[in-house]
Design a protein around this ligand. Structure first.
Ligand SMILES: *Cc1c(COP(=O)(O)O)cnc(C)c1O
Length: 386
């Protein structure tokens, strides 16, 4: 393959396909009725894809607002000159209310003490502190219990420094079609919203859908959908795959830093757990390891792609490097495996020729979900935007 956009300092990198990100964003925007807003979730550095760059692409492709997990993530976006609305998806520590007000970062709110401290700070600075009320409807994670919504709002609404810009909840089982607890959560949520509205309380933008709910339940879009994983081209579950076509955004590549024909019987990597069994086997090294997000649990289980062909990764994955084997005699796929050379491009995640390694494949081998796979690759590898 022609990918060779390697950064100067290391022969390993994450490749972000901006065209795919743009297409995915538009695909979600197209699912929404006109007037329904899209909040792009860019927490954890946009699931490892680089939040600042992703926000710019997503905004141009139709995202209206953004969501992060932490105050620091919000600040990073503001410092990069991003001025669009940003929601922090949980209630931050009380110590940072001034930072929130100064940088116009909206916190999620679910304790009275935090809300009043935030309002107090905003008022002192001559501003109004916008927030979103989080409601607990059954996931048992965060939020004011749905039954207590009216009472909670009455306990903070007297404060002139506060303004409710939104009300939301989060689903525990949106990826399971027809799940009754999903329906129950939605019912509780809409009941709480009705109760607040009935009491003359302004709920702001009302939103509850994550990626799977946005895809599977059009009737629950309400005022806004919070889309995360789908924007990065990953299906949140098998159940959503038939409903939307998405293009993977992240690739991980490296170049071969060393390659040899070891003697038969040679062991590979820490513990020498892999033994070279046959002649004409190359052992090639690439500079990617578990500190780059290539989980050590993948050792001896995963494949890499070279010259469009799968090769088995062998031996324990090290912190910064790992090895793979090339059986030069074996006929794999459509043609004999070529010899691998110093500097050849290796694909760890993504496509090479007709072969592709997906985050889902890696997740399955690791016993986790695709979300974690891309988050992990965001840790240390340099990102190249193509
Ligand atoms: C992470 C998160 C989302 C996005 O979830 P996806 O499944 O990636 O779409 C939405 N809302 C909240 C509250 C979240 O924490």
């Amino acid at each position: 393959m022609g990918q060779d956009r390697c950064p100067d300092t290391r022969w390993a990198w994450v490749e972000i396909d901006k065209g795919a990100l743009r297409r995915n964003t538009r695909a979600f925007k197209d699912l929404l009725e006109p007037g329904v807003r899209m909040m792009a979730v860019v927490k954890a550095d946009a699931y490892g894809h680089g939040a600042v760059q992703c926000v710019k692409v997503m905004r141009a492709a139709g995202a209206d607002q953004f969501a992060v997990a932490t105050v620091k993530e919000g600040l990073e976006l503001r410092e990069a000159g991003i001025t669009w609305p940003i929601l922090i998806l949980s209630e931050p520590p009380m110590e940072c209310v001034q930072t929130l007000v100064e940088h116009d970062l909206m916190p999620s709110v679910y304790t009275q003490g935090f809300a009043l401290a935030y309002g107090e700070c905003a008022a002192a600075l001559g501003k109004v502190g916008k927030y979103h009320l989080a409601l607990e409807t059954g996931m048992t994670r965060i939020g004011v219990n749905w039954k207590d919504a009216v009472e909670f709002r009455r306990g903070i609404d007297f404060h002139r420094g506060l303004s409710c810009a939104g009300t939301f909840t989060h689903f525990a089982t949106a990826d399971v079609p027809g799940d009754w607890t999903f329906a129950l959560q939605f019912k509780r949520f809409t009941e709480a919203v009705s109760a607040m509205r009935g009491a003359g309380i302004d709920c702001g933008l009302v939103h509850c859908d994550n990626t799977p709910a946005t895809i599977l339940y059009p009737d629950t879009h309400l005022d806004m959908c919070r889309v995360g994983v789908g924007l990065y081209g990953m299906q949140p579950a098998e159940s959503t795959r038939p409903h939307i076509s998405l293009d993977p955004v992240m690739g991980v590549r490296a170049k071969v830093t060393r390659v040899i024909y070891p003697e038969t019987g040679a062991g590979v990597s820490y513990g020498l757990t892999y033994t070279v069994a046959r002649q004409n086997t190359q052992i090639a090294t690439i500079p990617v390891g578990y500190a780059d997000g290539l989980s050590r649990t993948l050792s001896d289980k995963m494949d890499v792609l070279v010259h469009g062909t799968r090769c088995p990764q062998v031996g324990h994955i090290c912190m910064d490097q790992c090895m793979f084997a090339v059986d030069v005699n074996t006929r794999r796929a459509v043609r004999p495996m070529d010899e691998v050379h110093y500097g050849d491009v290796v694909t760890i995640l993504g496509a090479d020729g007709n072969e592709r390694i997906t985050a889902e494949e890696m997740a399955k081998l690791r016993g986790t979900i695709n979300y974690e796979v891309t988050c992990n690759f965001g840790m240390r590898l340099e990102k190249v935007y193509v």
